[in-house]
Write a protein that binds this ligand. Structure first.
Ligand code: PBG
Length: 330
């Protein structure tokens, strides 16, 4: 064959690292940590092997374990001791996230991000205030504007506790602006916002909702989270969040939405985050358990693909495992 161009010349072991376009490092990763105010011992999360809910007093120890793997950042989710219609434990000074963050920042050097949402704190499990009408009413939805104030209060309470960055995930219109104003007014103009800018109404969140006890008691989230069919709409969502002051733009879930990661990367210069969600984690584990997939190889490939698509950072339940592999410690 008279082939001039032979791409295989650049695939020998010696040259592959030199021509590699994408790299994955432990410092790209953010590890989710679940803190549970209802327990005084660690409780394994069945649908997310290797993950557990930890009591507040062990939050700092849990984060120290993450740091030992080389992962430097965590995102904190809380399971409160009680829930009510307005999710008041989300913005309580002595709430589960607030207390955990105080301890984590006192005892570790981790970069601490907090998820800002109400769904784990409301008794109905929705991400905001619900109008007082029948649960089977098809027009029932989260009241957008009254929810904004509660989100801002929640974000400020996290900053007061010492959070380095807040990550609003409720898909409330105007949430980034309301939180930016709240933080600035309270003297936290240096605390950045990582917006869950394009968050889809995805079936891949199932294991997380078990883990954080945040499944809606009725209905679903399609009135506020995005339709998986839409990509152009993601660009509108991102534009609004950028206008309102978002510092980091997140796409969630990760692997099924790499086109969205890429589109945002090409249009904006802001850092882009991908959230490799609970269902993406659970499905690889389930297949690996059956011997159908190699867990370490598929986890690495998943995260590398997110970087290749344009993500700068990745929130992933694989953070510790992948970091240990990268360091050759596993
Ligand atoms: C809170 C929140 C959710 C996730 C992150 N923040 C749940 C949801 O929107 O239903 C899901 C994360 C995952 O599945 O790993 N709103």
């Amino acid at each position: 064959m008279d082939l001039t161009d032979r791409p295989r010349r650049l695939r020998t072991d010696g040259i592959r690292p030199l021509v590699s376009e994408t790299s994955l490092e432990a410092t790209d990763l953010v590890a989710p940590v679940f803190v549970d105010a209802t327990t005084d011992e660690r409780i394994p999360i069945e649908s997310m092997p290797g993950h557990e809910r930890v009591p507040v007093d062990e939050a700092a120890a849990r984060v120290a374990e993450v740091r030992e793997t080389g992962v430097e950042a965590v995102i904190i989710f809380g399971i409160p001791e009680s829930k009510d219609a307005e999710g008041s434990r989300a913005y309580a000074k002595d709430g589960v996230v607030q207390e955990a963050v105080q301890q984590i920042t006192a005892e570790t050097d981790a970069y601490v991000i907090t998820d800002v949402c109400l769904c784990e704190y409301t008794d109905h499990g929705h991400c905001g205030i619900i109008e007082d009408h029948a649960e089977d009413d098809p027009t029932l939805t989260v009241q957008n504007d009254p929810t904004l104030d509660l989100l801002a209060k929640t974000a400020v309470s996290h900053a007061e506790a010492g959070a380095d960055m807040v990550a609003p995930s409720s898909m409330t219109d105007g949430m980034v602006g309301a939180i930016r104003d709240g933080l600035d007014d309270a003297g936290y103009s240096d605390v950045p916002i990582m917006s869950y800018a394009a968050k889809y109404e995805s079936a891949f969140y199932g294991p997380f909702r078990d883990a954080a006890d945040g499944a809606p008691a009725f209905g679903d989230r399609r009135h506020y989270q995005m339709d998986p069919a839409n990509a152009r709409e993601a660009m509108r969502e991102v534009a609004l969040d950028v206008e309102q002051g978002a510092d980091v733009l997140m796409v969630k879930p990760g692997l099924p939405y790499l086109d969205i990661v890429r589109a945002i990367r090409e249009t904006y210069d802001h850092p882009v985050a991908a959230y490799n969600v609970s269902g993406e984690y659970a499905m690889l584990h389930a297949a690996a358990e059956k011997g159908w997939l190699d867990l370490d190889a598929t986890a690495h490939e998943s995260l590398l693909s997110m970087k290749r698509a344009g993500a700068d950072l990745i929130i992933t339940y694989f953070a510790e495992r992948v970091a240990e592999n990268l360091a050759g410690r596993r």
